[in-house]
Design a protein around this ligand. Structure first.
Ligand SMILES: *Cc1c(COP(=O)(O)O)cnc(C)c1O
Length: 393
């Protein structure tokens, strides 16, 4: 017969669940048989306003009629509006747009190096990042990622990164070398196990950056866009980062990323030094603009903050009833359960039509949309209780 039958046309880069999703609305998704699932993954912290939010859909549909793409060689009003809104609502002054989180960190890394070498006129290049961090899969963002298991097989890594243990104040005496130009960190380590930064540690990092004129760069790709109860998580620590990486929730599922830099750091780029064909094109920017407009003008973040507090209290309550839950940690609507085998909890929850994620082998990651309701949280907790009871027996 045909020798042309091939097993799988997709490269095997993902371990997919045996589930095909064809529709989504709000906190729910449906599979091809019409079975409804409560989606507490939000497309991995991306669909922060729930699936197919009307406010964003309408703006994309309007832009769809006008202009999809024109390149960054021309002015793009919707991109400029989105940048203004991000600047007005952060400590930053200027935005560069790209298409993903890894590209955002790539831009941050390039900006830090160029700022050190061309603005300050030094030969510094080294960026300090932290163990168990996650900054992306491109070669530079992977080199920034302090996890050997992700780097294995891709050596040699791009030089110029040094890793310190996260949340370890005593290790910060090693932060500065004569080659150091910047620090890149997550406010809550997401993929690395849902670990929030301690106030003491982050305050010390910020202080050292200031004293030694290093750029403080925060990767808010997962924690930004209201996820932790404020537009950006750094706001809760009283720090002033020089560069903020964003992506995931920025476009409500439409691919768009970027960095927001303050005036000082933004001097690192000049015309011709960095770019992206698609970055912030009219269609992507319309998704971003509608999303951020809604985040900053509605009460959705305030409600998300309250839902985060409620979810956390319900998880704490559940922990007292389920010995398999060793710890609860997180911030806002980014919560983690420490268990022995996280994948088993995720799989069992899926059988009960609830979608959640892992963050490493021992952490179950819960990422509800910011728009989730108390009723949904109660429904979720009930199922999680059932899952724990079934796994414990
Ligand atoms: C998801 C993520 C990235 C990478 O984003 P991609 O869009 O997958 O490239 C980088 N940093 C953090 C903190 C993330 O959560």
């Amino acid at each position: 017969m045909s020798t042309n039958v091939k097993s799988d046309p997709l490269m095997s880069t993902y371990n997919r669940f045996p589930l095909t999703l064809v529709k989504g609305k709000g906190s729910y998704v449906w599979d091809e048989e019409g079975v409804q699932y409560l989606d507490y993954t939000s497309g991995i912290a991306t669909c922060n306003l729930g699936h197919v939010p009307d406010v964003v859909k309408e703006k994309i549909e309007e832009q769809l009629q006008e202009l999809w793409h024109c390149s960054n060689l021309y002015h793009i009003p919707v991109q400029e509006k989105l940048a203004s809104l991000l600047v007005e609502n952060s400590v930053g002054d200027a935005v560069f747009f790209c298409n993903s989180g890894a590209e955002a960190n790539e831009a941050a890394i390039k900006l830090a190096r160029r700022y050190a070498q061309k603005v300050k006129g030094t030969d510094a290049y080294e960026i300090v990042t932290f163990t168990q961090s996650f900054h992306g899969r491109t070669l530079a963002s992977l080199a920034a990622t302090g996890q050997e298991k992700l780097q294995a097989g891709f050596y040699p890594m791009l030089p110029g990164f040094r890793y310190l243990p996260y949340n370890d104040v005593s290790a910060l005496e090693q932060l500065v070398s004569d080659k150091t130009c910047a620090v890149l960190l997550e406010i809550v380590q997401g993929e690395g196990g849902v670990v929030p930064a301690s106030l003491e540690w982050i305050t010390e990092v910020a202080k050292l950056c200031k004293e030694h004129d290093l750029l403080l760069m925060v990767d808010e790709i997962q924690t930004g866009m209201g996820r932790t109860g404020t537009l950006f998580a750094y706001e809760q620590y009283g720090i002033q980062p020089d560069v903020i990486s964003i992506a995931k929730g920025l476009g409500s599922g439409f691919p768009i990323g970027g960095i927001i830099a303050n005036e000082k750091a933004a001097k690192g780029f000049e015309p011709g030094t960095h770019g992206s064909t698609f970055g912030g094109n009219p269609l992507a920017s319309s998704a971003g603009l509608a999303t951020v407009e809604y985040l900053v003008t509605s009460d959705v973040i305030q409600r998300a903050k309250e839902s985060g507090i409620y979810l956390e209290s319900q998880l704490q309550e559940l922990k007292t009833q389920c010995p398999m839950i060793e710890d609860i940690r997180g911030k806002g609507l980014l919560q983690g359960l420490v268990v022995k085998e996280a994948a088993k909890v995720v799989e069992k929850a899926r059988q009960h039509h609830v979608l959640i994620l892992t963050a490493g082998p021992n952490v179950v990651r819960i990422l509800p949309p910011l728009t989730t309701t108390k009723t949904e949280i109660d429904q979720f907790i009930n199922i999680l209780k059932l899952v724990c009871k079934q796994l414990e027996s």
